[in-house]
Ligand binder design. Structure first.
Ligand code: MG
Length: 357
């Protein structure tokens, strides 16, 4: 099934004509190779929104919104939000800080919609200057840590097959938060001696997590992501005190304001553009986390190489990379950052450097 791009909206959405930057949005249909199941469910079919901002000279900046119901967004809500944001487009794409502030004030929440606009502005600025965004930020792409590859929940037999299929990836991320977590870990460990990190996606209690800590240690797990529901910060603190495996907050940490309450309670935070709403906010979060001596991870949703490439641009600043969203797809409509063998390679073209496949 390829290409998987289809225009579900009735027509390209044009921005208000009085603004030089024109906005178009289009829904992309994505399909994962295998159903992608985590503790709170999952599926094979996903929809994201491809955003294009065009200036008067015909330059285009691209971004992608990967909405999730868990964070209150759908492709339809993204399109509605974009209709509103289209009325507040900057005349100058370099006006990034003020544009992001204006959009946030105009309609709060809707982070994936705003992150697509943020990526598109950065892309457009890089293209206007003829340099990659990471060069604009003064970053060396060779400094990016290796990315994990996620093995979603499945039967023992199919999880073994997925581990073999992911043979080129040196670090695996295992989804837990079920009533058969020990069995899953044993299955994976018997199938491979590669590094394993786990994500319980809010699926455990404090008691369950503390009982799991020796098991995680036994199977050589190196990172524990979000064992508890988002608001259980004291519980996270109790776990972190007992754990010699770093505990990373994902669902508990959406934007920069979530970091101070987590200081001393977890070892690190997981930044995703679809949660924080902008590339600039991601950079602020990295700075704030570093000021508190916290580890920084960058993660993703199920999304194409367009959104993955935007997030990949700040990988030289983080400790843990989990950008397998596009690698899990059956067909990726874009070519951008590659995570072959777990190694993150950023494109060398201007802006985000992404093109249609
Ligand atoms: Mg996670």
């Amino acid at each position: 099934m390829y290409p998987t791009v289809s225009n579900l909206s009735t027509a390209p959405r044009e921005a208000a004509m009085s603004h030089p930057l024109q906005l178009e949005a289009e829904v992309l249909k994505l399909r994962t190779k295998h159903p992608f199941i985590i503790a709170r469910g999952g599926q094979s079919d996903y929809r994201t929104v491809w955003v294009r901002l065009r200036d008067g000279d015909g330059n285009e900046g691209w971004g992608e919104a990967a909405p999730t119901r868990f964070y209150g967004e759908t492709p339809e809500s993204v399109l509605s939000a974009l209709d509103l944001y289209a009325g507040a487009m900057p005349a100058d794409p370099f006006d990034i800080e003020e544009s992001e502030r204006r959009w946030h004030l105009l309609l709060r929440h809707n982070p994936s919609a705003r992150s697509a606009l943020s990526a598109a502005l950065h892309d457009l600025v890089g293209k206007r200057l003829g340099i990659p965004v990471y060069r604009l930020w003064g970053l060396d792409p060779a400094k990016a840590p290796q990315s994990t590859f996620t093995i979603g929940l499945d039967t023992a037999e199919r999880m073994r097959a997925k581990v073999l299929e992911a043979g080129q990836y040196p670090i695996l991320k295992i989804k837990l938060g079920t009533d058969r977590d020990v069995e899953i870990l044993r299955t994976i460990r018997e199938a491979t001696d590669r590094e394993i990190r786990v994500d319980a996606n809010c699926g455990w209690t404090v008691k369950q997590t503390i009982a799991m800590l020796p098991v995680l240690r036994e199977y050589g797990v190196t990172v524990l992501e979000q064992p508890l529901p988002p608001n259980e910060l004291e519980g996270l603190a109790a776990i972190t005190r007992r754990s010699d495996i770093p505990v990373i907050a994902d669902e508990s940490c959406l934007t920069a304001v979530d970091i101070p309450p987590l200081v001393g309670k977890v070892d690190g935070i997981n930044i995703k553009l679809a949660k924080c709403g902008s590339l600039r906010e991601a950079l602020r979060m990295i700075a704030i986390a570093r000021a508190h001596g916290m580890m920084v991870m960058v993660g993703c949703m199920i999304e194409s190489s367009l959104a993955i490439t935007a997030a990949a641009h700040f990988t030289p600043l983080v400790d843990i990379v989990d950008l397998d969203g596009a690698a899990l797809l059956d067909a990726d409509p874009f070519v951008g950052a590659a995570i072959d063998n777990g190694r993150v390679t950023l494109p060398t073209g201007p802006g985000l450097g992404v093109r249609r496949r």
